[in-house]
Design a protein around this ligand. Structure first.
Ligand code: BV8
Length: 236
């Protein structure tokens, strides 16, 4: 697989073994909150404190978690390949901390906050940035409240042009830890399939879009991926 053009898409499942809750598993994040209330622009407008508390809790958790063997295996895979693109639906920074260099966060980042006046994002992870109180921007004459730098439902994912270009040229498309619920991420395997790429899934359980994959490896990414990456790199 060394010389192949490889695109990888990761979801919440790859961070599960690092202790970050997924969305739709039993103890998932959506158990306690309705998506509409905490992950939509309407929810932010109607009850900003509820949304802010939901994200502050997840931002604070970032300081306590570490990358797991799946993140490290992907960073090794990237280093060994000539053509590699990593797309993630995740908003944590575990891929970067494991050594992945170029990560396309299509749903945003927990570590940055965004000014709604200027659209600018800034890294805000100091102690006072992680309290229950709202955080003000540093870019406007009249500082305004910063929002989570997250793509909510109904908003347009980031890096889509770059993502579609990579998908349309790829020869191998690998999805790791995603339930296939959320579009456009869940539709990427169809694009890869249409252009004749080999499609591979590594997931704990059957996702909604399982039928689209040529190969499926069921199990924990942290356990399966190190061995799978070795096997892929040894393929001719
Ligand atoms: C858009 C930020 C237009 C929030 C997120 C009706 C039908 C179809 C689609 C729609 C519809 N109505 C509206 C839509 C579109 C909508 C959508 O898809 N809604 C769904 C709910 C029906 N999508 C949007 O609004 C998107 N925008 O479409 O704009 C457009 C389109 C194309 C081009 C330009 C513009 C915006 C969606 C972004 C929403 N924001 N994240 C936050 O993080 O706080 S999505 C949210 O769910 C997460 O970020 C995550 O990325 C995403 C998907 O979840 P997964 O990552 O898959 O996680 P999940 O928990 O679901 O699954 C985990 C999996 O891991 C499981 O399968 C489990 O078995 C597995 N697993 C667990 N442990 C392990 C494991 N696997 C391996 N090892 C383990 N240890």
């Amino acid at each position: 697989m060394q010389s192949k053009r490889v695109v990888v898409l990761t979801g919440a499942g790859i961070s599960a073994e690092s202790g970050i809750r997924t969305f739709r598993d039993n103890d998932g994040l959506w158990e306690e909150h309705r998506i509409e209330d905490v992950a939509t622009p309407e929810g932010w407008r109607e009850n900003p404190q509820l949304v802010w508390n939901f994200y502050q809790a997840r931002r604070r958790q970032m300081l306590e978690v570490e990358p797991n063997p799946a993140h490290f295996a992907l960073a090794e895979f990237e280093n060994a390949l000539q053509y590699f693109t990593l797309i993630t639906q995740n908003v944590d920074d575990l891929h970067e901390r494991a050594g992945s260099s170029k990560v396309l966060h299509m749903h945003g980042n927990l570590k940055t906050l965004r000014c709604e006046q200027s659209g600018r994002s800034e890294l805000r992870m100091s102690d006072e940035d992680l309290r229950p109180q709202f955080v003000k921007c540093t870019c406007c004459a009249e500082p305004s409240t910063l929002r989570p730098d997250i793509v909510w439902f109904g908003e347009t994912p980031i890096h889509m042009r770059e993502i579609y270009t990579a998908l349309e040229e790829c020869e191998v498309f690998i999805v790791i830890g995603s339930s296939g619920h959320v579009y456009p991420a869940s539709g990427m395997v169809n694009i890869a399939k249409m252009i004749g790429a080999r499609t591979i899934l590594v997931n704990l359980e059957e996702p909604l879009n399982a039928y689209d994959f040529d190969e499926i490896h069921y199990g924990k990414a942290g356990e399966l991926l190190p061995k799978l990456v070795q096997g892929w790199l040894n393929e001719s």
